[in-house]
Each structure stands twice: as C-alpha cells, then as structure tokens.
Write a protein that binds this ligand. Structure first.
Ligand SMILES: [Zn+2]
Length: 134
C-alpha cells in the first residue's frame, strides 16, 4: 500500500529527529499534505497505527494540514483552483500550467517530549520532503 510507505517515511524522519535531540517520544507531529500529492487520507489513517507502532510516533498527536491545489495558467497567467492534477484552465482551457500548491508532502514540525516536560516545537528538518513513487 502506497500510504503505508508514506507513513513509514514519516516515521523515519521522526526517528532521525528524535535521535538527534536525544528523545524517545514525539508529542505531536504536523504534516503538510497537498490534495494533489496522491495521498488517500483515509488510507493514510488506516496505515498510520501500523506504521507508528513501537516507534517514537506511537501515541503522538497527528495534525495534517491539507493544502488545496492551486495552479497558474501559462497561457493566460490566471491563477485557479486545481482539483485534479490534469484539469485545464477554467478561463482559457489550456493545460499548460505551473502547479503552485497542492503537491506538498512533508513533515512541517515535530514536538518532542522531553523527560516529563514539554519542549518548544523543533524546527522542521530541511530535508523533510518525502520521496514518493506514484
Ligand atoms: Zn488560462
């Protein structure tokens, strides 16, 4: 399942960050996932408990920022909401476009649980973009 590999990729990032910080538990993880990233949110929900079991993410609160698709038409230069990856421009019908938003798939932030006390949100890692195969 595609979503399980995504969830496992997220776990890997969280484990790396937790190890760097010397903690064993993540309190909260925030993800940015675009509607055009090819992720089925329901399938991700299903895969999540399997992926995080016995990891730093077990029991962590999970927040997903779902980012709507947005494109800029390369013909008429208008911006428009992109609901599906292959939709054309609603103004001129062109399929040539820059996708501005909606393909995000990354770990935005991790809140690590230090021994008994809360810590500020860790900076998002620079190399947090997940590589996915569609
Ligand atoms: Zn257009």
């Amino acid at each position: 399942m595609h979503e399980l590999s995504i969830a496992l990729g997220i776990v890997k990032i969280a484990e790396q960050e937790a190890r760097k910080a010397g903690v064993r538990q993540v309190k909260k993880i925030t993800l940015d996932i675009g509607h055009l990233a090819g992720v089925e949110f329901e399938a991700l929900d299903f895969a999540w408990p399997l992926a995080v079991k016995d990891t730093v993410l077990e029991g962590a609160e999970r927040v997903i920022n779902k980012i709507a698709g947005q494109a800029r038409c390369l013909e008429c230069d208008k911006h428009y909401a992109l609901h599906h990856l292959y939709d054309g421009c609603p103004y001129c019908g062109s399929y040539f476009k820059d996708i501005m938003k909606g393909k995000e798939l990354l770990v935005r932030s991790l809140e690590l649980l230090m021994s008994g006390q809360d810590q500020p949100v860790a900076d998002a890692p620079a190399d947090n973009e997940l590589v996915t195969k569609n």
